[in-house]
Design a protein around this ligand. Structure first.
Ligand SMILES: Cc1cc2nc3c(=O)[nH]c(=O)nc-3n(C[C@H](O)[C@H](O)[C@H](O)COP(=O)(O)O)c2cc1C
Length: 373
């Protein structure tokens, strides 16, 4: 290996003593390939096995914690105990390759396709449609909100029983947890909304509930991470200044990591702070060493990864790049970083072990992946 990449291969020990072998993480990516009953499919297992040998940790595609949180066709479920064998298969297949397996736990809120949720009724913090959507969700009652908080804890217990090494709370990408933090989707006037501080109530209550379950039920170190998106385009919407408050509160929670969701690791803030630093720099400054941060977004080459790590993030996550190049980590380790593939050939679906529904989504979504013939 070229010695300049050595820092990518240093072990990392979380606050709870769980250890991972290097600083590379597979980013959570929905693959649309589970069975309609919410169980994990063989093609999905094969896809994860192909990508879990090199990285230190795999964060799975998101799993819904309640039936009305199912956000994608072919999303696997974590909403009842009958799903534990399916979750166990997924956890084992990742861990057998040498990576830690972290289950991303999720509720889609107003972004759920109505045909996937009971009675076609989507729910959110308030009855506000997302921009460009004609589907107005129903505002959750206070007792339903409390039930969803508990459901995040119950899915965490299933993750423990299934042998996962941790959970990542999906507070990013515009889904329910973010909908409660956002002034666009949260117009409530109860304890869950009204001020920025009150909009933090739901995300922080989920963290507390998940941590309570881990404290009482996990027998081995169990990782708890939290993913967030730094900004929203809508007005009103989450600004970088809002996110720094969220991150400040999360940094005092004793979490094992925070994970920012970005399409470009090097992006600059849109609004709310002076545009003098990168988002990642603002985040690291505010966190100030209290909790490790995982960075992500358009990291393709080994040089890009080492540059990203040198900003001070604890780990770098690779998403699309690991779909295009499952052997990314091994190639850097073997000094073959110049052989890393950074495009997707239309001929390589089978060789890359990409399930059909994910493949179809990739080749029919312009601009998402650098697809070549
Ligand atoms: C196919 C696909 C599915 C994704 N699904 C999820 C998901 O389930 N949860 C999540 O937090 N992010 C999801 N993302 C976002 C990625 O985790 C990541 O943040 C994004 O792709 C940018 O990283 P990259 O440039 O390395 O791909 C998804 C991205 C892709 C490409």
């Amino acid at each position: 290996m070229n010695s300049k990449y050595q820092p990518l291969f240093e072990e990392f020990t979380f606050k709870n003593n769980a250890q991972i072998k290097n600083r590379m993480v597979m980013a959570p990516m929905t693959n649309f390939s589970s069975h309609p009953d919410g169980t994990v499919s063989d093609s999905e297992i094969d896809y994860y096995v192909r990508r879990s040998k090199g990285v230190g940790m795999v964060v799975t595609a998101c799993t819904y914690v309640t039936p009305n949180g199912k956000g994608f066709h072919g999303e696997f479920g974590g909403d009842h105990d009958g799903m534990i064998p399916s979750l166990k298969r997924l956890a084992s297949s990742i861990k057998e390759q040498g990576a830690k397996a972290v289950l991303q736990i999720f509720h889609g809120g107003r972004e759920c396709p109505p045909e996937l949720v009971p009675n076609g009724e989507t729910v959110s913090a308030s009855a506000v449609a997302s921009e460009g959507s004609e589907n107005t969700p129903r505002a959750l009652t206070e007792s339903e909100v409390n039930d969803i908080i508990k459901a995040f804890g119950e899915t965490t217990l299933r993750a423990i029983k299934a042998g996962f090494d941790g959970v990542e709370i999906h507070g990013a990408n515009g889904y329910l947890i973010q909908q409660f933090f956002s002034p666009h989707s949260n117009r409530r006037e109860d304890r869950f909304g009204g001020s920025l501080e009150k909009r933090l109530t739901f995300p922080l209550a989920i963290v507390d509930e998940v941590q309570k379950v881990v404290r009482t039920s996990a027998k081995e170190p169990f990782i708890v991470g939290y993913r967030f998106s730094p900004e929203e385009q809508s007005t009103p919407g989450i600004t970088m200044a809002d996110t720094l408050e969220l991150v400040d509160a999360l940094s005092n929670k004793g979490l094992d990591y925070l994970h920012v969701s970005l399409m470009d690791f090097w992006s600059a803030p849109r609004r709310g702070v002076e545009n003098t630093k990168l988002r990642i720099e603002y985040l690291l400054e505010r966190i100030n060493g209290r909790v490790p941060l995982i960075g992500v977004g358009s990291i393709h080459t080994a040089d890009e990864a080492i540059n990203a790590l040198s900003t001070g993030v604890a780990m770098v996550a690779l998403g699309r790049e690991l779909i295009m190049e499952p052997d990314w980590v091994q190639k850097v380790q073997d000094g073959k970083e110049s052989e890393i593939v950074t495009t997707l050939s239309k001929k390589n679906q089978n060789q890359l072990v990409i399930p059909d529904p994910l493949w179809q989504a990739i080749i029919h979504t312009p601009g998402w992946f650098p697809v070549v013939d």
